[in-house]
Ligand binder design. Structure first.
Ligand SMILES: NC(=O)c1ccc[n+]([C@@H]2O[C@H](COP(=O)([O-])OP(=O)(O)OC[C@H]3O[C@@H](n4cnc5c(N)ncnc54)[C@H](O)[C@@H]3O)[C@@H](O)[C@H]2O)c1
Length: 346
């Protein structure tokens, strides 16, 4: 089995190599630092499988080109699969598998860190104290105890976030078209509009799909409580960034923390500090004192990287021996179609 890994960072290689050493499957691995896109798909030549991350582009033309190169499996080093044309993969006879759960707590804990930082202005206090400025004006936050936190999407990460916020003494409300039993005893399900209207903090944890694209737009923002905080650790496309800027300018929105951004593909995971960044929307967003942007790092813990690498190697091993695997999304797609269900949304 020959595997081509795209968008490789040194830490990816370290964890994948450790997992390969422990795996019983015989795999030749070639690592590419480039992301997978139309211009780089040629690098998949000779590979039986490819392994990609969140900002690789697996559009229909890329997937079709992979099919022509003889690639039989696409292994995602992530849970989200909004960047993969699953229908094109199915047509090309390519299995797509993800790592469905590699540490929901890692992402949830980061979401909570963003809530805490934004609410108590720790990001501003850090910079001030380093300059010898210990004044407190402008740093006042609100006690989270007793406040309402709205969770949009009560899957693995949403539930983990809800549990932590319940532990803080918050009231938790949630919206999810597919309610989960695991949410029982943690909080209360409500309609989306009610969640938006009642929450002091809204945290997004639903996948990016046609039905959730720009779920936070002008209309949704107008429904939010004045001064509420918005946290997005899920996918950038869930939020209309220009609408967020408008709501920040009117001060209707109390603050925003984004670990993901709709235009992150050309920026995140690389150092652009010596360049001029041409994304004017992102640059305007970052001028607000009550905005925090991080570079899609919520997953980034030792435990999560280990599980991502080990699960990816398990997915390959299973594919080599059975032709499919438990985490196959193409198999789920067929099932969802036959039962009119959204892929992995149940
Ligand atoms: N920032 C990061 O590093 C990072 C890491 C891992 C995952 N993620 C993102 O987090 C998302 C959630 O991950 P998860 O493991 O909890 O997924 P999951 O599949 O366990 O849960 C997603 C939940 O969203 C719900 N949902 C579907 N449509 C919805 C809608 N219209 N409104 C509200 N909820 C809806 C589903 O029913 C499900 O309960 C992923 O899709 C991924 O995009 C981000």
């Amino acid at each position: 089995m020959k595997l081509a890994v795209f968008s490789t960072k040194p830490y990816d290689k370290r964890y994948i190599e450790a997992a390969r050493t422990a795996s019983s499957t015989n795999i030749d691995i070639v690592y590419h630092e480039f992301p997978l896109e139309e211009d780089t798909v040629i690098l998949a030549r000779g590979a039986d499988a490819i392994c990609v991350f969140v900002n690789d582009s697996l559009t229909a033309p890329v997937v079709e080109a992979l099919g022509r190169e003889g690639v039989k499996a696409i292994l995602l080093r992530c849970a989200g699969f909004n960047h993969v044309d699953l229908v094109a993969a199915e047509k090309a006879g390519i299995m797509v598998a993800n790592v469905p759960s590699y540490s929901p707590e890692a992402v949830a804990e980061f979401a909570v860190a963003l809530i805490q930082t934004l609410n108590r202005n720790t990001h501003r206090a850090y910079n001030r104290a380093r300059e010898g400025n210990f004044a407190l004006n402008g740093l006042m936050g609100r006690t989270l105890f007793g406040k309402t936190v709205g969770i949009i999407g009560t899957g693995k990460i949403g539930i983990a976030t809800a549990k932590i916020m319940k532990g803080f003494g918050c009231r938790v409300v949630a919206f999810d078209p597919y309610p989960s039993k695991a949410f029982e005893g943690i909080g209360e399900y409500k309609g989306l509009d009610e969640v938006l209207a009642e929450s002091d903090v809204i945290s997004l944890h639903c996948p990016l799909m046609d039905s959730t694209r720009k779920i936070i737009n002008d209309e949704a923002l107008a429904k939010m409580k004045p001064g509420a905080l918005l946290i997005n650790t899920s996918r950038g496309g869930l939020v209309d960034t220009k609408a967020v800027i408008r709501a920040l300018k009117t001060q209707h929105l109390g603050g925003v923390a984004l670990d993901v951004y709709e235009g992150e593909g050309s920026l995140f995971y690389d150092d652009h500090s010596g360049e001029i960044i041409h994304d004017d929307v992102l640059m305007r967003l970052m001028t607000f004192h009550n905005v925090i942007v991080t570079g899609h790092q919520a997953f980034f813990t030792e435990e999560a990287l280990k599980e991502i690498a080990e699960c990816t190697l398990r997915n390959i091993g299973e594919f080599v021996s059975t032709g499919t695997c438990m985490n196959s999304l193409t198999k789920d797609l067929r099932l969802a179609r036959s039962e009119s269900l959204p892929v992995r949304a149940v």
